[in-house]
Design a protein around this ligand. Structure first.
Ligand SMILES: Nc1ncnc2c1ncn2[C@@H]1O[C@H](COP(=O)(O)OP(=O)(O)O)[C@@H](O)[C@H]1O
Ligand SMILES: [Mg+2]
Length: 383
């Protein structure tokens, strides 16, 4: 069996956030970036996430990430990575270009050719954790849903298309309802679209949950607590109870038909997988995640992230994934930090970590590549 691994061998940024021009040459080792607040460490992780489908780890707009210049903010920017996947080399590129009309458009390339979101997702799977996610368990359901959909997308790359098609049909239906246009054939067609894509979304989430929970349960008891995950949503519940997709679709379509009047009044569809939630319990404490301490909530997320990487690596339809952890090492005691590093070294995908101090990464010894980031420049740390 060939060992499948994934790492970024070269990363370049141009005019991305505070990085005018940056080039990092790397091997498969974890990449540790240290430096003072505001140096540009998170920006580098964010740049990497621009190579995945979606809007990256800050959900920023194409214009926000462009390096602020003297003039207006419609600057082109680019991120490029040489990705080593198994024995293969893939060059990924993402960026914004000016359109002839004076706007900006997103560009994504794989080996020089325009790439779809699915092609990006398959080339470099990644999972990230940032301090902004500290409140994931106690914050709005939408954040957890988006988080979980990203986990699903890394495994089932068609999940993004289902979500886009579902949203499109839902918006169109809502537009008709807002106009008090109760054209039955038109609405039924849109509701069939919603139910077909909605069922696909829910089914993919349920499969992700099962695989992830298995990976969590297989983890050794240790530094990071295990979570018991659950999806809250009517369609997901049907799949979990073993219902057939055709039945789930049909029932959802007829529910939507019955609820036209209500949804017209509400101004939005009140039922559907666009309202589902992800719940978690701290297994050992038998406590809802949002009731746990901030530190425990963070530790749960770390365990979940490590399990997600394991689930992807063991999934024949997926593969190794990069793990990006922004500022987590600083909040861990030295025993947990060392445990985290060992797990990251065992993951077949490269790890990317940030922190303010070089000594946070001491337990890696020579097993990681350490860089200092200062004012948008990167220096290899002496070792
Ligand atoms: N579009 C932009 N153009 C130029 N600088 C930016 C832009 N967006 C953010 N910055 C700057 O990038 C700096 C570094 O941010 P960040 O990567 O979050 O730092 P840290 O090293 O603490 O993680 C901040 O000082 C911020 O003002
Ligand atoms: Mg930061």
């Amino acid at each position: 069996m060939t060992l499948h691994t994934l790492h970024i061998a070269r990363l370049t940024l141009s005019d991305f956030r505070n990085h005018a021009a940056l080039a990092l040459e790397l091997d498969a080792r974890p990449v540790c970036l240290f430096g003072p607040n505001g140096a540009g460490k998170t920006n580098i992780l964010e740049a990497l996430t621009m190579l995945a489908p979606g809007r990256g780890l800050r959900s920023a707009s194409l214009v926000d990430v462009a390096r602020a210049g003297d003039e207006h903010r419609l600057q082109p920017w680019a991120v490029s990575a040489r990705v080593m996947q198994g024995g293969e080399t893939i060059v990924l590129g993402a960026g914004a270009e000016r359109t002839p009309e004076g706007g900006v458009k997103r560009v994504a390339r794989r080996d020089g050719q325009p790439a779809t979101a699915a092609e990006l997702a398959e080339a470099a799977r990644m999972t990230w954790l940032t301090p902004a996610m500290d409140r994931l368990w106690s914050g709005p359901a939408g954040d957890r849903r988006r988080f979980f959909d990203r986990l699903t997308l890394a495994r089932a790359t068609e999940h993004g298309q289902s979500a886009a098609a579902y949203e499109r049909a839902m918006r169109e239906r809502q537009r008709l309802l807002a106009d008090r246009n109760f054209d039955d054939a038109w609405l039924s067609g849109l509701e069939r679209e919603m139910s077909a894509h909605g069922a696909a979304i829910a089914a993919a989430r349920v499969e992700t949950l099962q695989r992830l929970q298995q990976a969590i349960d297989a983890r050794p008891d240790g530094a990071f607590p295990k979570a018991i995950l659950a999806l809250e949503g009517a369609l997901e519940a049907r799949f979990q109870a073993g219902a057939k997709s055709a039945d789930v679709e049909e029932d959802f379509a007829s529910l939507l038909r019955d609820m036209r009047g209500r949804d017209a009044g509400a101004g939005r569809a009140l039922d559907g997988p666009h309202r589902s939630d992800l719940l978690a319990r701290h297994a050992a404490k038998d406590m809802a995640a949002d009731q746990c301490s901030t530190g425990e909530q963070k530790a749960l997320l770390l365990g979940l992230t490590l399990a997600q990487a394991r689930a992807l690596a063991e999934d024949p339809g997926a593969g190794p994934s990069l793990i990006l952890i922004d500022e987590a090492a600083a909040h861990l005691d030295s025993v947990r930090r060392a445990a985290l590093f060992e797990e990251l070294l065992a993951n077949p995908g490269q790890a990317w970590l940030t922190g303010t101090d070089e000594n946070l990464f001491e337990a890696f010894g020579p097993r990681a590549a350490i860089f200092e980031v200062r004012e948008g420049r990167v220096y290899a740390a002496s070792q």
